[in-house]
Ligand binder design. Structure first.
Ligand code: PMP
Length: 457
C-alpha cells in the first residue's frame, strides 16, 4: 500500500463523513457520531477496524445465508471473471451462468414456476413484476386491469415503484409517492392492531380487506396483490395462520395475480426454499434477491409462473424492459455456487429441522422477562416484541427508544441485531451453530434486562 493510501485508510471515518452518503441515514447525526467500519467476516461473525468481533444476528441485511468468507464463492467468481467478466442478455444472446441459474432457481420452486427474469436487486425485481403484471393483463385483453393492491408497512424497495408498493408513509413523504395506481390495505399485525379479536379472526379480517378493496376499485381494474410472505423490514410480522389461505382464495376468486415478495423469505430463511411454501400458497410472480447470492454479489430476479410466462412468451412480443446487468455472468456464477452450497449442506432442511427449532426454543426461554410481549419465529426469521405490560399488550410510549436501547446494548456486547421500533429482529446466517445461537440468546437476554431497567426507571 502506498503511503498516501495507508494514510487514507487510517482516516476512513473522516473520509466517510466527508464523501459518503449512506442509505436510510441522517447524515448530520451519523457524521457527528461516526460510522462503524467493518473490515472482515468469517462464518457468522464480522470484525470491525479495531478488531472487535460481532456475532451477526442479521446476516448483513437479511442476506448472507451461507455465512461470511466462503472461498468457494470467491473462486467461482474469479473463474468467471477470467472467462467472461460481462456480457448482456439483450440482443439474442445469453451466457452459461445465466441459463444455468434460471434453471437451478426454478428447480426449487413449485411445478408451475419455470421461468426467471433477472435484475440487479430486489427493488428492480419489484419494478419488473409491476410492469410485467400490467403487460400480462394487456395481452389478455384486459388493459384496464392495472391497479396494484399492496399493504401498509410492507417493504418492496427504494426505487420509485418499489417505494410506492411499500407501505411506509415516511418513505412516501419523500418524493411524492406512491405513484398512481397503487393502493394499500392494512397489515396482519395482530399484536399491535388485533384488538380483542383472536389472531385467527384478525387474520381473516385483514385478508378480507383485500376483497373489500377489489370491490371498491372494481375487479376489472385490479392487476395484482403483492405482499411479503412474512413482512421483514416492517418488523418480522408473521401473519396469523388464517391469513394467507384466505388471500390466495380471494386472488383466485377475483382473478387477480398474487405476487409474493420473496426477497427476504427466499432461499432457506423460513426453512423452505421460498416463504410462500411455508404458507402453502402459489404465487403468480415472485421477486427474489438477497439470499440468491447470499449477498456476495448483487443479483435479483422475478420468478414467473406459467400462467404469466406463457402469455409473455406466446402473446406479448417484445417486453420492453431490462437492465444492463440482467443475468450478469459473474453475479450469476456467484449465485450458482451459493445455491450449490445451500443444496450440498442441506441448509434449508437444517433450518427447518434443526437450527430453526433450536432458535425458537432459545427465544421462547426469553418469555419469562417482563419486557417480552411476544416472540414470533419461522425458521431463522424472528422478532421479539417489547412490551410495557404483557397482559394487556401495552407497548412503551417511546417505542424507538425501547428498541434502540436493546439494540445498542447488544452491539456493545458483540451482537448485531436490528430494531424496527419496539420489535427486535433476528435473521442470522443459516450456518449459525448451536453455540452461536446460545451466545445470541444470552446477549439478547442481557440487552432486554437492561432496557427494562432503562424504560421503567
Ligand atoms: N423486497 C423486500 C421484501 C426487501 O426486504 C427488500 C430489501 N430489504 C427489497 C425488496 C429491496 O431489495 P434491494 O435492497 O436489493 O433493492
Amino acid at each position: 500500500m502506498s503511503n498516501s493510501s495507508a494514510a487514507a485508510v487510517s482516516n476512513l471515518g473522516a473520509l466517510d463523513a466527508a464523501h459518503h452518503l449512506h442509505p436510510f441515514s441522517d447524515m448530520k447525526k451519523l457524521n457527528a457520531t461516526g460510522t462503524r467500519i467493518i473490515e472482515r467476516g468469517e462464518g457468522s461473525y464480522i470484525f470491525d477496524n479495531h478488531g472487535k468481533r460481532y456475532l451477526d444476528g442479521f446476516a448483513g441485511l437479511w442476506c448472507v445465508n451461507i455465512g461470511y468468507g466462503r472461498k468457494e464463492i470467491a473462486e467461482a467468481v474469479v473463474r468467471q471473471m477470467n472467462e467472461l467478466p460481462y456480457y448482456n442478455t439483450f440482443f439474442g444472446t445469453t451466457t452459461p451462468p445465466a441459463v444455468l441459474l434460471a434453471q437451478k432457481i426454478t428447480s426449487h420452486a413449485g411445478p408451475n414456476i419455470n421461468r426467471v427474469f433477472f435484475t440487479g436487486s430486489g427493488s428492480e425485481a419489484n419494478d419488473t413484476w409491476f410492469r410485467m403484471a400490467r403487460v400480462y393483463w394487456g395481452a389478455m385483453g384486459k388493459p384496464t386491469k392495472k391497479a396494484i393492491i399492496a399493504r401498509k408497512n410492507g417493504y418492496h424497495g427504494s426505487t420509485v415503484a418499489g417505494a410506492s408498493l411499500g407501505g411506509m408513509k415516511w418513505m412516501h413523504e419523500q418524493g411524492d409517492l406512491p405513484i398512481a395506481g397503487i393502493h394499500h390495505i392494512d397489515q396482519p399485525f395482530w399484536y399491535a392492531e388485533g384488538g380483542d379479536l383472536s389472531p385467527e379472526e384478525f387474520g381473516l379480517k385483514m385478508a378480507r380487506q383485500l376483497e373489500e378493496k377489489i370491490d371498491e376499485l372494481g375487479e376489472d381494474n385490479v392487476a395484482a396483490f403483492v405482499a411479503e410472505p412474512i413482512q421483514g423490514a416492517g418488523g418480522v410480522i408473521v401473519p396469523p395462520a388464517s391469513y394467507w389461505p384466505e388471500i390466495a382464495r380471494i386472488c383466485k376468486a377475483r382473478n387477480i395475480l398474487l405476487v409474493a415478495d420473496e426477497v427476504i423469505c427466499g432461499f432457506g430463511r423460513t426453512g423452505h426454499w421460498f416463504g410462500h411454501q411455508h404458507f402453502g400458497v402459489e404465487p403468480d410472480l415472485a421477486p427474489i434477491a438477497k439470499g440468491l447470492s447470499s449477498g456476495y454479489l448483487p443479483i435479483g430476479g422475478v420468478m414467473v409462473s406459467d400462467r404469466v410466462g406463457n402469455v409473455l412468451v406466446e402473446e406479448v412480443g417484445d417486453f420492453n424492459h431490462g437492465f444492463t446487468y440482467s443475468g450478469h455472468p459473474v453475479c450469476a456464477a456467484a449465485a450458482l455456487e451459493n445455491l450449490r452450497i445451500i443444496e450440498e449442506e442441506q441448509l434449508v432442511e437444517r433450518v427447518h429441522d434443526d437450527i430453526g427449532p433450536y432458535l425458537a426454543a432459545g427465544l421462547k426461554s426469553l418469555e419469562d422477562l417482563p419486557i417480552v410481549g411476544e416472540v414470533q419465529q419461522v425458521g431463522l426469521m424472528a422478532a421479539v416484541q417489547l412490551a410495557e405490560d404483557k397482559a394487556s399488550r401495552k407497548r412503551f410510549e417511546d417505542k424507538e427508544k425501547a428498541g434502540v436501547t436493546v439494540r445498542n446494548h447488544c452491539l456493545e456486547n458483540g451482537l448485531v441485531l436490528r430494531a424496527t421500533g419496539d420489535r427486535m429482529l433476528f435473521s442470522p446466517p443459516l450456518v449459525i451453530t448451536h453455540a452461536e445461537v446460545d451466545q445470541m440468546i444470552d446477549i439478547t437476554r442481557k440487552g432486554l434486562e437492561h432496557a427494562w431497567k432503562v424504560m421503567t426507571a
